[in-house]
Ligand binder design. Structure first.
Ligand SMILES: [Zn+2]
Length: 455
């Protein structure tokens, strides 16, 4: 099998010229009438807050993971007016100075169905696999939202589009697939999603799939990538689609770094040195991402930021499950008695207290200290997680990150990179790699797909 050449160390790229040249003036046009007068949060220094707001709104702010698409599809959520629930909508996006959002084309592992990974013959035979269909429905929800908001949002498929959207004062919207099972093991489907505009793919969600192992399962299936996994990474490099190693097993992570020809991203992962969740990234992996020229986008979920929080959450979840079952045995679900008993239980057992904003800032700064300020960004997981830090209640609070990084003595240049400059540099590099690979033959599925790779 033809394997891609070993990866050269890609080193650190400069902030793209395209974005360096986007002057503050372009962003002054962004519709955020309240931003100059956004009230000083309690306990914040007024002068530093004013400086942070000014810096925040003239920086390109990028978030690589939002699950608002799940709300759009499952709840018929309309992003246009300001909503009372959830983490983001169009008015709040502008208020928070969020310029670029990758919307998650998320496919839950349940759509993978009872796919049988036990043998070559069984692969792809399960009729229960509805993953690609689910991803297509998500894509449709995303485009319906864009159709509703032509004056404020622009669909983008590359860095040049992003620059144009921002120059027009619009929010730049992009798509990233979460869960590589969305392509159902088919390289043709990967290319179809690219043609639809998807610009990154998280190789796995919490389940192993046809080509890669996940951090969400205790025992590995392929020991990392199999041969199909190498083809998927290589094909993504060829297409200019960013390879996302959030959620994957440590073995998959290392296999990907061995074979990729472009820098990788972790679209929404936090630091394992500070919180031991297995989908977080170790210090060794942070250094590997830096050597690859990639970027880790820090996840805001309380459970990925604090072991103590996760412990309390697990406890609370099991209490809720047990209690709900007990109530159900007394009153059928949906009856007023059932609802009243649930409400009583909830009042007496509130959810665990969210972690403070300082915990999120600590993860961002840890990654900056270990990987370097060129390799860290933001991947909120807004609308996809049960808890965000107190003080980071929704997208309007994003300028507080800018404030605390400045308060801790980080330079304006470093802050701008973390807010979005690093991700844009990586995206632009992936586009350049794709240009350099023009003419390379597309990969095809083959009989060797499930074979192990040489390590
Ligand atoms: Zn996720």
């Amino acid at each position: 099998m033809r394997l891609p050449c070993p990866v050269p160390t890609l080193g650190v790229f400069r902030v793209p010229l395209l974005f360096a040249s986007l002057a503050a003036a372009s962003f002054a046009q962004v519709q955020a009438p309240d931003r100059a007068t956004a009230p000083v949060p309690e306990g914040y220094d007024a002068a530093l807050w004013a400086r942070a707001l000014e810096l925040h709104h003239r920086s390109v702010v990028v978030d690589t993971h939002s699950d608002t698409t799940s709300r759009i599809l499952d709840e018929d959520f309309d992003m246009t007016p300001r909503a009372r629930s959830g983490h983001m909508d169009v008015p709040r996006i502008f208020e928070g100075g969020l310029d670029v959002q990758f919307y998650s084309i998320y496919v839950a592992s349940s759509y993978f169905g009872a796919e049988d990974l036990s043998s070559k013959e069984a692969l792809g035979k399960s009729r229960a696999n509805a993953s690609a269909r689910r991803a297509l429905d998500m894509v449709d929800g995303y485009f319906r939202t864009l159709d509703r908001n032509p004056a404020t949002m622009m669909h983008c498929v590359g860095t040049r589009d992003i620059a144009n959207a921002l120059a027009a004062g619009k929010h730049a919207a992009l798509m990233g697939i979460e869960g590589g099972h969305a392509i159902e093991g088919d390289l043709g489907l990967l290319r179809q999603f690219h043609r639809l505009g998807v610009r990154y793919m998280t190789l796995t969600h919490s389940n192993h799939n046809e080509f890669a192992d996940s951090s969400g399962e205790a025992i590995g299936r392929w020991g990392g990538l199999n041969r199909l996994g190498v083809k998927v990474v290589s094909e993504m490099n060829r297409l200019g689609m960013m390879v996302d190693v959030s959620h994957v097993s440590d073995e998959t992570f290392h296999d990907v770094l061995r074979v990729t020809r472009a820098p990788v991203i972790l679209s929404h992962s936090s630091c394992r040195a500070l919180a031991s969740h297995r989908r977080n990234i170790t210090d060794e992996m942070l250094r590997a991402v830096a050597a690859n020229g990639g970027v880790v986008q820090i996840n805001f979920n309380c459970g990925f930021l604090s072991d103590e929080y996760q412990k309390q959450r697990d406890l609370w979840n099991s209490k809720v499950t047990l209690r709900t079952r007990a109530i159900e045995s007394l009153h059928p679900r949906g009856t007023p008695e059932f609802e009243a008993a649930v409400a009583r239980f909830n009042a007496e057992n509130p959810e665990p207290e969210p972690v403070p904003l300082a915990t999120l800032i600590a993860h961002i700064e840890h990654a900056m200290d270990v990987a370097g300020e060129d390799h860290v960004g933001l991947g909120s997981d807004f609308d996809g997680v049960p808890c965000v830090p107190k003080g980071m209640d929704d997208v309007t609070h994003l300028p507080r990150i800018t404030y605390w990084l400045l308060a801790h003595g980080r330079s304006e240049d470093a802050v701008r990179k973390v807010l979005g400059g690093n991700l844009l540099r990586v995206f632009e590099k992936c586009e350049a790699v794709a240009v350099s690979l023009a003419g390379e033959a597309p990969w095809r599925n083959g009989k060797d797909d499930t074979d192990p790779i040489d390590r």
